[in-house]
Write a protein that binds this ligand. Sequence first.
Ligand SMILES: [Zn+2]
Ligand SMILES: [Zn+2]
Length: 433
Amino acid sequence: MKFKIHRGTKEIGGSCVEVWTENSRILLDFGMPLVDEKGDDFNFYPYKDLTQQELIHEGILHNIEGLYPGSDKLIDGIVISHAHQDHIGLLGYVNTEIKYYLGEATHEIIKLGNDFHQKDIQLKHFFHFEKAKTFDVGDISITPYWNDHSAFDAYSFLLEANGKTIFYSGDFRSHGRKAKAFEWFIRNAPQNVDYLLLEGTTIGSSDELFKTEDELEQEFATLFKNSDCINYISTSSQNIDRLVSIYRACLESGKTFVIDIYTANVLNTLSEFANLPTPLKDFKQINVLFPNKLTTNLFERNLEHLVYKFTGSKITTATISENPSNYVVIVRPSMKIDLQKITVDKGNLVYSMWDGYKKKPYTMEFIDWLESKNFTVIDIHTSGHADTPTLKRMVGAIKPKYIVPIHTFEGDNYKDIFDYPVVRLEDGEVQEM
Ligand SMILES: [Zn+2]
Ligand SMILES: [Zn+2]
C-alpha cells in the first residue's frame, strides 16, 4: 500500500488523500481549499468557469489518473469522511461513474447542498457504510469510526491492505455532543497502525481544554434568561450540535427558536438519524421563518415543496415584532431584508462560528449594520476540532509507528507535541509502506 496527500500537509482545507495498492486505488475526501498560496481566504469564484484541464493547470484540481470524465481506467472509489466543503467541495468535477462510500446522513447533507446552495454533486453509484463495519474497496479493507465533530455523521477510517495499515483521523473532537463516540473510539481503537494521518486544526491556537457544547448550552440559557431583547444567532445551519445547544437553551429559558427554511430542512432531514428538534415532529417552541431571497429562489427552481412542508410552523416578521424578546432567531447576512422588517429598539447578536469568518466583508458589513441598530455582539463558540490533549489521547490509543500531519498549518510542531515519530510529507509526495 502507498499513499499521497494531495493537499493538507501544510494547510487546513482541500483535504484529499490518495491510497493505492497494485490492484486498487481510492481517494479519501476531495475538498475545496480554504486558503490560497498567500494564506488568504480562498475564493473559487474566479475559477468557476474554467475547464477541468485549466483547473489542474491552476493547481486547484489534482492530476489524478482515473478521476475525471474521459478517463479510461477509473479509480475504485471515493471515501467521504463528512460533508464539510473542505472535504467534498470538488466532487462536482469527478467522473460520475466512480462509486462513493459515505454515511447515509452525509449523503443527505450533500443532496441538501445541491438544493439550497445550487451545488451539483450527483452520486450515481454509492455505498452507505455503517459505524465500525468493515467494507472492502478492491483489496483495501476500510473500517469507519464514527466521530464527534461539528459536522453531523463524521468518520475516521482504518485502511488495511497487504498487512499494512493507515489511519485517517478525518476531523474530530471530544468536547461536542457526541463525546461518547470519541470515548468509545479510545476504548476500541485499532492499535499499532503504521501511519496515522492526524488532523491538527487547532494546534498553535491554545493549549487549554476547549469549552464543551454542554457549557455553551448553559451560556446560551443564561444569556436568554437575562435578556429583555431579541437574540439573533449567527451560526452554521450544518452545525447540528450547536443548533441542539441553542434549542435546549430556548426550552430552558422559555424562548421560541426561530429557524429559516434551510435550517429547518437540515434538521428535519437529519432527524431521521438522531433525536433532533424539527418543526415537523412533536417539538415545541420551534418556528420557521421564510426568508424572502431564499424562498423566492426555491420557487424559481421549482423546489417549493422544501418551503411548503413547513407552512404549519411558519412565523412572520410581524409576529416576531409584537414581542421580540420572546425569540431566538438564526440569522445570516442574506436575511438582512427580512430582519429590516422586525422592529426592535435593541438586541443581541450572538456570534457562534469560527472567528475567522468575522473578517469576511459581507459578515463585517452585517455586524456593522446590526451594531448601528443598537445590537450588542456576544461571542459564544467552541471549536469543531480537537484540542491538543484530545489529539494526544487519539495518538496514545492508536500507538502509531508514524504520525503524518494533515489538515493543519502547524505540521512542523507535531514532533514537539507527540511522543511518536513524525513523517513530514510534502503535498503530492508518495509515501511507500
Ligand atoms: Zn470538518
Ligand atoms: Zn476539515
